[in-house]
Design a protein around this ligand. Structure first.
Ligand code: NAD
Length: 229
């Protein structure tokens, strides 16, 4: 069977969860990467059976998540984590959650993966029009929503089996003006789409790995509700 790592699952409402279910239904082993500040509540809810209804697959069985990895995809390695984040209560309870460390742990646990799913985005100023977006807000949106994929692929590539595949989720606001999708998030999705083409070339050549992105329709996920979509 195939093994999949899905980055960006913290509840049962988003695209990451739905993709995990499809992959599980197709027989894949499921590993997820959960944003560190959301880890506790996600693991507690899983353990208490809060997601059991939405874990049901087409064949009636329950999706099994083999392991949940804490992840913050804006940090490539421990040397990139600022002191205030390191000591933050929401972060200090977990460990090895930078991209590099997560991949090292997955390698130790399982050796290789076949499928990498990027289902995460963050834009602190998403509700601000681009004209009112700060440099910090813009760069943070690109860091969390675009470079996070470059970094995940860069680190996972050496442990991805040839013939493997990656997928990310983009949004039409990259090509057309969608008022309300601000803060540099439209820019971040445009970068993600361009990177998909370049990385498909590079990862295809280097590791026989496919790189694709899906432009998803509107879904009432936690992220979407937070911006009033
Ligand atoms: P979601 O809230 O379920 O998923 C986003 C996840 O990203 C959350 O679990 C959050 O905890 C995680 N995250 C945020 N910052 C992170 C970080 N630094 N490191 C690790 N994880 C982090 O919402 P969703 O709408 O399902 O989003 C999944 C993907 O789908 C995103 O790329 C989003 O842009 C894209 N998308 C969503 C819609 C929509 O309407 N919901 C439409 C098109 C594309």
């Amino acid at each position: 069977g195939k093994r999949a790592f899905i980055a960006g699952v913290a509840d049962d409402n988003g695209y990451g969860w739905a993709i995990a279910k499809s992959l599980a239904a197709a027989g894949a082993e499921i590993l997820v990467g959960t944003w560190v500040p959301a880890l506790n509540i996600f693991e507690t809810s899983l353990r208490r059976g809060k997601f059991d209804e939405s874990r049901v697959l087409r064949n009636g069985s329950l999706m099994e998540i083999t392991k949940v990895y804490p992840l913050d995809a804006v940090y490539d390695g421990p040397e990139d984590v600022p002191e205030d984040v390191k000591t933050n209560k929401r972060y200090s309870g977990a460990s090895n959650w930078t991209v590099k460390e997560v991949v090292e742990t997955v390698k130790k646990d399982f050796g290789t993966i076949d499928i990498l799913v990027h289902s995460l985005a963050n834009g602190p100023e998403v509700s601000k029009p681009l004209l009112e977006t700060s440099r910090y807000g813009y760069l943070t949106a690109v860091s969390a929503s675009s470079y996070s994929f470059v970094s995940l692929l860069k680190h996972f590539l050496p442990i991805m089996n040839p013939g493997g595949a990656t997928i990310s989720l983009t949004y039409i606001a990259s090509e057309r003006t969608i008022p309300g999708y601000g803060g540099g998030m439209s820019s971040a999705k445009a970068a993600l789409e361009s990177d998909t083409r370049v990385l498909a070339y590079e990862a295809g050549k280097k590791g026989q790995i496919r790189v694709n992105t899906i432009s998803a329709g509107p879904l009432g996920s936690r992220a979407a509700k937070a911006i009033g979509f």
